[in-house]
Ligand binder design. Structure first.
Ligand code: IMP
Ligand code: MG
Length: 174
């Protein structure tokens, strides 16, 4: 694998994003909704840098594969415990790729009555976008390669790496 961002680079990027998010919410409470499982590491670092009142919850989502994906979109595997009604919700995920996951989650959160919905992602991979969505807050843009580390996996491995790396194409294909 090839390192794209080391720990220091990630820390600086997350610090800067936290300042922007805090300025956006201007002292209001934000309900951070972490997308399982890839968003865990990013969210853990981000919330500790947010100078705001923070409520924390999680949402689980799985992508359908194959033909069903287009018809039904992603499916929820776990739902938030907090009642999202009238809350300012910030959905935090690892990467915005095709955009299907985050557009589905945005709609889900809106349906639950949130006052506002915004999205924060560590990575944006614009080359593969299929749904009309951009992240409100993002740290890095990445090329169309498979990324692992800092929460992102390949077949459930590498989430614990403290840096972000591109898997070599032959490894990513397997
Ligand atoms: P989307 O619905 O295509 O935007 O999918 C986003 C989800 O796919 C992310 O939350 C990740 O779980 C996963 N994903 C997309 N690209 C990568 C990658 O390069 N490495 C690891 N996971 C990825
Ligand atoms: Mg994910």
């Amino acid at each position: 694998m090839t390192i794209l961002h080391d720990e220091a680079s990630i820390r600086a990027g997350v610090d800067a994003l936290a300042v922007r998010i805090a300025a956006h919410y201007a002292g209001r409470e934000v309900t951070v909704l972490v997308v399982l499982r890839g968003g865990i590491v990013f969210a853990a670092d981000l919330i500790r840098r947010l100078d705001l009142p923070v409520a924390l919850d999680t949402i689980g989502v799985a992508s359908y594969t194959g033909a069903v994906q287009h018809a039904s979109g992603p499916r929820l595997t776990s739902t938030p415990q907090i009642d999202l009604r009238d809350r300012d919700v910030l959905i935090v995920d690892d990467i915005l790729d095709t955009g299907r996951t985050l557009s589905h989650l945005r709609e889900e959160v809106a349906r639950r009555g949130a006052r506002s919905v915004a999205t924060a992602v560590l990575l944006d991979k614009p080359a593969r976008r299929a749904a009309p969505i951009e992240a409100d807050f993002k740290v890095f843009s990445v090329p169309d390669v498979w990324i692992v580390g800092y929460g992102l996996d390949h077949h459930d491995r590498y989430r614990n790496l403290p840096f972000l790396a591109a898997l070599d194409p032959e490894a990513a294909g397997g």
